[in-house]
Every structure is written in structure tokens, then in C-alpha cells.
Design a protein around this ligand. Structure first.
Ligand code: APR
Length: 245
């Protein structure tokens, strides 16, 4: 059976082999910072320069990173599945642009993007791949209220209507490199499965929500995802291993 609508959800693990650190490291720090210093709305009030500089550094580092085989396999699936009459919706929690660099045309960035700025006053968002600062002026409303376009803890992710509609319509749900501890993304599998989608996770190890999936493929995403996509594109069937849940 060919799957009509595939939803792919990616997390930090898909970019790990491109040299971008995952969030939940053993130190509990994200790029040497406490999450509450750089990733909550209060941080912007308390120390806006620290927040801007943190994302400036990350944005500059991003320019030195390349997509890996997992990003490229997902882009290939997105490009070739429609030729079989299907559709692929790619949702990422990542703020990097490695899916785009790999050739994915439509990427839903539910947690925002490093290469984007947001005006806290008028709500407009615009492309930006240079450093930003708390003194920046919004090009639209001229307010001094420019911030990194990142969805902080406590804020509502972007595109939730679009994502919910895709999950409701999909018959295959794939999660790649996400720990399953941050909601609402961690609940997507349960929702898709309730709508009768087959659910598969790709991770180094079982995620916090592994039992919600039908099965998992465990190992480096740069190896498991290309193998899965190749098999799916050739046979229309899902690649399985002994490590089914
Ligand atoms: N291949 C497959 N999976 C991997 C790889 C790899 N090479 N490397 C790491 N992983 C897995 C880890 O085992 C872990 O389960 O990727 C997952 C990364 O988890 P997190 O660091 O928690 O990242 P993520 O799930 O994307 O975090 C969700 O939390 O901090 C917020 O907004 C931030 O979008 C982020 C959200």
C-alpha cells in the first residue's frame, strides 16, 4: 500500500551529525547557557543583549554547517513521493535551515528560525541572516522591539492549525531525532495514531514517547533515514528491523 500523506517531524537529532548540538545534553546546558537565560520571554526583558548575542553566535555558526544524509533523504522523499500521488508535510522543531539547504522546498518551522527576526510590537517577521541587537528598529512599524524569531518556552508554536490538519490527514507519521519531552510536538504521534496513521520513530535510543509509536529504527539518523526512504521509494513498504517496539 502506498501512503497518501506522510508527516515527518524532525528534532535536534536530525542535525546532530551536521555538528549542531542537541538541546538535552548531559550537562543540561544548551550551547553553554541555561535555557532560562536565553529561551524564555523573561530573558528578553532581563538581559536582551545576552539573548540577541546568543542567537547571533548560533546564526554565525550555522553558516559553517551543512546538511547530512538524513536531511537529504527527507528532501528526496518530499520531492519524489508526489510523483507517486502522495504528499509529504515536513514539520521541524529546529531553528536551523539545513532542511532547506538539503533541498526541502516547504518546511514548517514550528519553533521559529535563526534566519528570521520578529517584531514584538507589530508581530511581523522577516528574513535576516545577520547579527541583531536590542537597538534594532522594526522595518515595518519602526518600533524598537526586534527580537530573534524563536518560539520561547511558554509561547505558542507557529502553524499549529496547519500541523493539526496534516496530522489528522496523514497515514504515516515519522519522527526523527526528537526526545519527545517538549509538547505539543511530543503529542503529535499519539494524535496521528488516533487518526489511524502508522507511526515510526528514528532515534539513537527509545524516546520518552517511544511506546506511542508502532515501531522504531534506532541508530544514527544519517544511516537509518536514508535506508528507510530508499526502501519506501522502491517498494512503497516500510523498512522494519528486529528492534520493533
Ligand atoms: N540520530 C538520531 N537521533 C539522534 C542523533 C542521531 N545522530 N543524535 C541525537 N539524537 C536524538 C537524541 O537521542 C534525542 O532523543 O535526538 C534527540 C534530541 O533531543 P532534544 O535535544 O531534546 O531535541 P528536541 O527533541 O528537538 O527538542 C525539542 O526542545 O529546547 C526545546 O525548542 C527546543 O525544539 C527544541 C525542543
Amino acid at each position: 500500500m502506498d501512503y497518501q500523506h506522510i508527516v515527518v517531524l524532525t528534532g535536534a537529532g536530525v542535525s546532530a551529525e551536521s555538528g549542531i548540538p542537541v538541546f538535552r545534553s548531559e550537562t543540561g546546558l544548551w550551547e553553554n547557557h541555561r535555557v532560562e537565560d536565553v529561551c524564555v520571554p523573561e530573558a528578553l526583558v532581563r538581559n536582551p543583549r545576552l539573548v540577541h548575542d546568543f542567537y547571533n553566535t548560533m546564526r554565525r555558526n550555522l553558516k559553517t554547517k551543512d546538511p547530512n544524509p538524513a536531511h537529504r533523504a527527507i528532501a528526496k522523499l518530499q520531492q519524489e513521493w508526489p510523483q507517486r500521488g502522495g504528499k509529504v508535510t515536513l514539520v521541524t522543531q529546529n531553528i536551523d535551515d539545513l532542511h532547506e539547504m538539503a533541498g526541502s522546498m516547504e518546511v514548517i518551522h514550528m519553533h521559529g528560525e535563526l534566519n528570521s527576526l520578529l517584531c514584538a510590537k507589530c508581530g511581523r517577521r522577516w528574513f535576516n541572516d545577520e547579527d541583531s541587537s536590542p537597538e534594532d528598529i522594526c522595518p515595518h512599524c519602526k518600533a524598537q522591539a526586534v527580537r530573534p524569531d524563536i518560539v520561547f518556552f511558554g509561547e505558542i508554536p507557529y502553524y499549529m492549525d496547519e500541523i493539526t490538519a496534516a496530522l489528522a490527514a496523514c497515514d504515516l507519521f515519522i519522527a526523527v531525532g526528537t526526545s519527545g519531552v517538549v509538547y505539543p510536538a511530543a503529542g503529535f504521534c499519539q494524535y496521528a495514531r488516533a487518526q489511524h496513521a502508522v507511526c515510526v520513530e528514528f532515534n539513537l535510543e527509545k524516546s520518552a514517547v517511544a511506546t506511542n509509536f508502532h515501531y522504531g529504527l534506532y541508530g544514527k539518523a544519517s544511516q537509518t533515514v536514508p535506508a528507510f526512504v530508499k526502501h519506501l521509494l522502491i517498494t512503497g513498504q516500510l523498512l522494519r528491523t528486529d528492534e520493533e517496539i
